[in-house]
Design a protein around this ligand. Structure first.
Ligand SMILES: [Zn+2]
Length: 154
């Protein structure tokens, strides 16, 4: 199974971003090296929809430039599901066209207990990726995150 490691601080930023965008889907890009995320780029959902997202092309361009300058690769595209489970929708499957990029979905279906799942989507097939939260030596699966990630409320 493929793995993706996300620092706790970035996971908390993603949850904050998703919560502040709800009921609109939030989206963004996770960049890093190998299988470890180092940077989170929150993006604008130009669809402003609760069940679709579309990244702003100008923002995307700026992110690609920044990633290149920092020597980072695009590891995953992230978006939130404000009302539904962290599984790819039919539309997500249809639009997952970037080879080698993982798809990370953050579900706020249970508002106090955000769930983050990762997928490798290719040829109409979604394979689950093991997403791990890293915090120094601590590694935990994000899908079993406590009600209040990082001890913060928002
Ligand atoms: Zn989706």
């Amino acid at each position: 199974m493929l793995r993706l490691r996300i620092p706790n601080a970035i996971f908390i930023e993603m949850v904050d971003h998703a919560r502040s965008n709800a009921p609109i889907e939030a989206c963004g890009i996770l960049a890093g090296r190998g299988r470890t995320v180092e940077r989170f780029y929150p993006m604008t959902n130009t669809n402003a929809s609760s069940d679709h997202f579309l990244m702003d092309p100008a923002e995307q361009f700026a992110v690609v430039k920044d990633m290149r300058a920092a020597g980072l690769e695009m590891l995953a595209v992230y978006h939130s599901h404000p009302q539904t489970p962290a599984r790819p929708s039919r539309e997500d499957m249809r639009l997952a066209l970037t080879p080698g990029v993982l798809y990370v979905i953050l579900s706020l279906q249970e508002p106090a207990r955000p769930v983050l799942m990762g997928y490798a989507i290719e040829n109409g097939r979604a394979d689950e990726v093991l997403v791990e939260c890293t915090d120094g030596s601590t590694v935990q699966r994000i899908a079993i995150t406590a009600a209040d990630p990082g001890g913060r409320t928002s």
